[in-house]
Design a protein around this ligand. Structure first.
Ligand code: ADP
Ligand code: MG
Length: 376
C-alpha cells in the first residue's frame, strides 16, 4: 500500500525512485560504498530497504539513533558495540550458515552470554579494540562468500558516528574495505551537511584515505509527482477525493513523501470512518517535528545557551545579519562577551544543521515561504 506509514520493504508499495534503486543495487553489486542523503521522511530507509532486498545480499541494519548518549553528549564504545552485535545477531538468525558468528561475538566480548534483546552485555566487558570488530566483519564476509552471498551493512543516520568516542573508524572502515571483498557499507543520514562532513573525516584520514564513498541524494517529489502519488494512493484505498483537496495537500506538504503518506493515510481513515479530515492538522504535526528537531539539537549541544542567543539575535535583527552584528546582539542578550571566532564557529554549526542559512556574508533564519513553513 502506498499509504502505509512504515518504511517500505517492497517496490510495489514504493512510488517511483526507480533510478535511485537501480543505482544502489548497482553499487552493492560492484562493491561500491554508498551514502544515501536526504532530509527526514524523504524515503531513505524505504529506498535502501527495497534495494538491499532486491540485491539478494545479507542485510545488517544498524540504526545509530538507538545509541545511548553519555553525560558528555557523546556515545560510548560499549553502546555502539552492543548495537552492532545486536544488529548482526538479528541477521544471523535468518542464515544458518552464519551461526558460527555468535561464538565469535561471545569471544570478542569475552563472555558466554550476551543479552541482545536489552542491548546489554552481561558481566564485565573485555577491552575491545578496532581489530576485534574488523575480525567480526572479516568472518561474516568469509562465511557469506563461502555461500555465494554478499553482505550489505546499512549504517542508518550515520552522522551519529561522529559522536562515538574511542573507535577508530578510518581504521575499521579501511579493514572492511580492503579485506571484505563481499561486503558493502551503505550510509544514510538526514542531517545532510553533518553526514557529509562525517564522511569527509573518514575519507580524508589515513588509513581509509584514497577510497571513495559514492553519494546519492533523494530529492522531494515534484508537484506532479506529489499529485500523482496522492491520486494513485487514494485509488488504491478506493476513495475519491476532490482535486482541490489534493492540490492543497500538494501545496502545503511540499513534496515530502513521509508527510504525503501520513496525509493520505489519515485522510483515507477519516473518510472511511465518517469523520472530517483536516490537512492543517498534518501541517502542524510537520511543524512540531521540525521544531522539536531543532530543540533537540540545541539541548544536546555543548553550548545550548549560546546557540539560543545567536538564534534570538538573528530574530532581533529582523531575521538576517552579519557576523559582527550577530556577535554584538548575542553578547548583549547573554550579558557575556562571546568572542567573534566562537560566534563564527557556532553560526557555521547552525548552518550545518540547516537551522540558519548563509548567503555571502549574511546569515539568516530560514525563510517562511508559505509552502515551506517549518517543514524543512
Ligand atoms: P527516511 O528514512 O528518509 O526518514 P522513510 O523511508 O522512513 O524516510 O519514509 C518516510 C515515510 O514515507 C514512510 O512512511 C514511507 O512509507 C513513506 N515513503 C517514503 N518514500 C516513499 C515512496 N517513494 N513511496 C511511498 N511511500 C514512501
Ligand atoms: Mg530512515
Amino acid at each position: 500500500m502506498l499509504f502505509s506509514t512504515r518504511p517500505k520493504e517492497d517496490r510495489k508499495d514504493l512510488y517511483d525512485r526507480e533510478k535511485e534503486i537501480e543505482m544502489i543495487k548497482d553499487s552493492i553489486f560492484r562493491g561500491e560504498w554508498t551514502a544515501v542523503l536526504g532530509i527526514r521522511r524523504i524515503g531513505k530507509s524505504s529506498v535502501v530497504n527495497v534495494s538491499v532486498k532486491e540485491s539478494g545480499s545479507i542485510p545488517i541494519y544498524v540504526n545509530l539513533t538507538r545509541l545511548n548518549t553519555t553525560k558528555k553528549k557523546q556515545y560510548d564504545k560499549a553502546s555502539f558495540l552492543s548495537l552492532l552485535l545486536e544488529s548482526t545477531n538479528l541477521t544471523i538468525r535468518n542464515y544458518t550458515f552464519l551461526g558460527k558468528i555468535s561464538r565469535i561475538i561471545s569471544n570478542i566480548v569475552g563472555l558466554e552470554e550476551v543479552d541482545f534483546s536489552s542491548l546489554k552485555v552481561k558481566g564485565k566487558l573485555k577491552k575491545i579494540d578496532t581489530k576485534d570488530l574488523s575480525y567480526l566483519f572479516l568472518e561474516l564476509d568469509r562465511l557469506a562468500k563461502d555461500n555465494r552471498k554478499k553482505v550489505t551493512i546499512v549504517l542508518d543516520e550515520a552522522q551519529e558516528l561522529s559522536k562515538i568516542a574511542g573507535i577508530n573508524f578510518p581504521s575499521l572502515f579501511h579493514d572492511i574495505y580492503e579485506e571484505c571483498n563481499n561486503t558493502v557499507v551503505i550510509f544514510t543520514g538526514s542531517m545532510i551537511r553533518i553526514l557529509e562532513s562525517t564522511l569527509k573525516d573518514i575519507e580524508y584520514q589515513e588509513p581509509f584515505f584514497g577510497r571513495y564513498i559514492r553519494k546519492i541524494t533523494l530529492e522531494r517529489f515534484t508537484k506532479d509527482q506529489s499529485e500523482d502519488f496522492l491520486t494513485k494512493g487514494f485509488e488504491e484505498e478506493g476513495i475519491s477525493v476532490d482535486k482541490q483537496i489534493i492540490d492543497e495537500a500538494v501545496q502545503k506538504l511540499d513534496g515530502i513523501p513521509g508527510w504525503l503518506t501520513i496525509f493520505g493515510s489519515e485522510y483515507s481513515f477519516a473518510v472511511k470512518h465518517g469523520q472530517k479530515p483536516r490537512i492543517d492538522d498534518i501541517v502542524s504535526k510537520a511543524e512540531e517535528e521540525a521544531k522539536s528537531e531543532a530543540k533537540n539539537f540545541l539541548e544536546n549541544s555543548q553550548s545550548p545557551l549560546r546557540y539560543s542567543a545567536i538564534i534570538l539575535a538573528l530574530d532581533r535583527l529582523g531575521g538576517t545579519g552579519e557576523l559582527k552584528e550577530i556577535k554584538k546582539v548575542s553578547s548583549t542578550i547573554l550579558d557575556e562577551e562571546i568572542p567573534e571566532p566562537r560566534v563564527y564557529e557556532l553560526l557555521n554549526r547552525l548552518v550545518d544543521y540547516t537551522l540558519v542559512e548563509k548567503i555571502d556574508d549574511k546569515y539568516s533564519l530560514p525563510t517562511d515561504e508559505p509552502n515551506r513553513k517549518g517543514i524543512v
